[in-house]
Design a protein around this ligand. Structure first.
Ligand SMILES: N[C@@H](CCC(=O)N[C@@H](CS)C(=O)NCC(=O)O)C(=O)O
Length: 270
């Protein structure tokens, strides 16, 4: 099997979902960390879309964290993220879908709205890994890229308010769905736990989150974090990270292997 290659944003929660699955299964993989805005031509060439994460797995290009986990589960079944029992598997996938749709986009929208006055925070989270030249170019282009991204993500005061309410509602559901085992499905860690904890990471800021920055979050985010910290779902996410995040399986790129992905030699799954 080829070494899988992940194209990602460092601090993104949907990217964390895919990355966590690779790490959980201890699949040696290469990561290309892209800078938001500059990622567009790279990803568009590969997938026709612009979203990350994108995974190249045995010649196929897979987009979307849910599809990525599904294909990893098929290619590397052990340790499993899907329950063996059919009913439990259905429940785990339904919960994954719920958090993907009802938590992920909303927590992000709220977060970016509250961080809008703090370009340094955004820079530390998404750009600081890049070369000095790319960092300078990204700073220079920020007045163009940032408003465009806010428009694309529908970030404004009204949508941010709704997004915060939706985030709280998703936390309510998480608390209601938890089993006596402390997991969302059965008595093991599954894709449902991974998804909910990864997608809560922008607020929870677990110490095990890779690429965490030491920068103090902008005051509105720090305030909400302190308010939500006592909630069972918040404490649960910290515990899931502590017990299951594990260590990175990232490896250095093999310079002899082919770089990037060409549409002509890959199948796109999305
Ligand atoms: N449903 C997708 C969501 C992925 C997503 O929203 N990715 C964001 C980063 S968190 C992105 O790539 N945004 C930039 C863009 O769409 O160009 C998944 O699960 O992978």
């Amino acid at each position: 099997m080829d070494t899988p290659v992940l194209w990602q944003f460092t601090s993104s929660h949907f990217n964390e979902k895919a990355r966590w699955a690779l790490d959980f299964k201890q699949i040696p993989h290469v990561r290309h960390s892209l800078v938001p805005g500059f990622h567009v031509p790279v990803i568009k060439k590969m997938t026709g879309l612009t979203q990350v994460p994108v995974l190249r797995l045995n010649g196929a290009i897979v987009t979307d964290s849910t599809k990525i986990i599904e294909s990893l589960e098929r290619a590397y079944p052990e340790p499993p993220l899907y329950p063996a029992d059919e009913d439990e598997r259905r429940r785990a996938l339904e919960l994954e879908d719920f958090f993907d749709e009802e938590l992920g986009p909303y927590i992000r929208r709220w977060f970016f709205y509250e961080a809008r006055e703090n370009p340094e925070f955004f820079h530390a989270a998404f750009v600081s890994h890049a070369s000095r030249a790319v960092q300078l170019a990204r700073r220079a282009m920020s007045p163009l890229i940032s408003p465009m991204m806010r428009r694309l993500m529908d970030i404004n005061p009204e949508s941010a308010k709704v997004a915060y309410e939706k985030t709280l509602a998703a936390m309510d559901r998480l608390e209601n769905e938890l089993r006596p085992s402390g997991y969302l499905v059965g008595d093991h860690f599954t894709v449902a736990d991974l998804t909910a904890a990864a997608l809560l990471s922008p607020i929870v800021r677990p110490p095990e989150f890779p690429y965490g920055s030491d920068l103090v979050p902008p005051p509105p985010i720090a305030k909400v974090r302190a308010e939500l910290e006592p909630r069972p779902s918040f404490q649960w996410a910290l515990k899931i990270y502590r017990e299951h995040r594990g260590k990175s399986a990232e490896v250095a790129e093999d310079r002899n292997a082919s770089q990037g992905a060409k549409r002509s030699d890959s199948t796109t799954v999305n």
